[in-house]
Design a protein around this ligand. Structure first.
Ligand SMILES: [Zn+2]
Ligand SMILES: [Zn+2]
Length: 209
């Protein structure tokens, strides 16, 4: 089992997750959002060794501290993103749509792909490509925890918005049906915003599906 720490950061109440293998002390940060200090404090308090930074997708509220976190270390920490969201990353992560400015000074350097297995110590994280909210959206599945880090694909009784550039409701619905709803009903879903839910709860009660 991985230890999963959740930090709720910023005005959009983004969930930033710190995944850690306590046996080895290795950790990964998923979607470093608006505040950097709470993330660093948690890593340092637990004396975790940061292995990678993973992005569920390139929207700025999920990526805004990826570079600042990566650049604190020498060598820098790899930043994982699916190639289909690379152009969104280069374009500033959509921050301009919200009247904000964000300009990444380098490309991401860990290319995520469907079926990829990432390791923290002896623990494994499965990457699945789940487009629809954005072209390169992915989820991270922690099978020993029976848990999915879901980004903005699906929320408690909600689904990701598809009105931003690259969004597609039909594609999003297919991603949920094929990659989430075929998992065991007991699996927990940890969305990018708001409360946790389960596969069973969303199959039975999600009004959008
Ligand atoms: Zn998003
Ligand atoms: Zn979001």
């Amino acid at each position: 089992m991985l230890t999963i720490h959740t930090l709720i950061l910023g005005s959009l109440e983004n969930n930033t997750f710190i995944l850690a293998d306590d046996a080895s002390g290795e950790a990964g940060v998923v979607d470093p959002s608006f505040e950097l200090e709470p993330i660093i404090d948690l890593l340092e308090e637990n004396q975790y060794r940061l292995r990678f930074i993973l992005l569920t997708h390139a929207h700025y509220d999920h990526t805004i501290n990826a570079l600042s976190l990566s650049n604190r270390y020498t060598p820098t920490i790899p930043i994982g993103l699916h190639p289909s969201d690379q152009s969104l990353w280069k374009d500033g992560c959509g921050a301009d749509l919200f009247g904000l400015h964000f300009k990444p000074d380098r490309d991401t350097d860990l290319h995520l792909y469907h079926g990829q297995i990432l390791s923290l110590g002896l623990e494994e994280i499965e990457v699945r490509h789940t487009p629809g909210h954005s072209p390169g959206s992915v989820v991270f599945i922690l099978h020993t925890n029976q848990t999915v880090i879901a980004g903005d694909l699906i929320f408690y009784h909600g689904i990701g918005r598809t009105d931003l550039p690259g969004g597609d409701t039909i594609v999003l619905t297919r991603s949920i049906q094929t990659q989430i709803f075929r998992l065991p009903r007991t699996y927990h879903l940890l969305p990018g915003h708001g409360p946790a839910t389960t596969v069973a709860e969303e199959i039975d009660h999600n009004p959008y599906l």
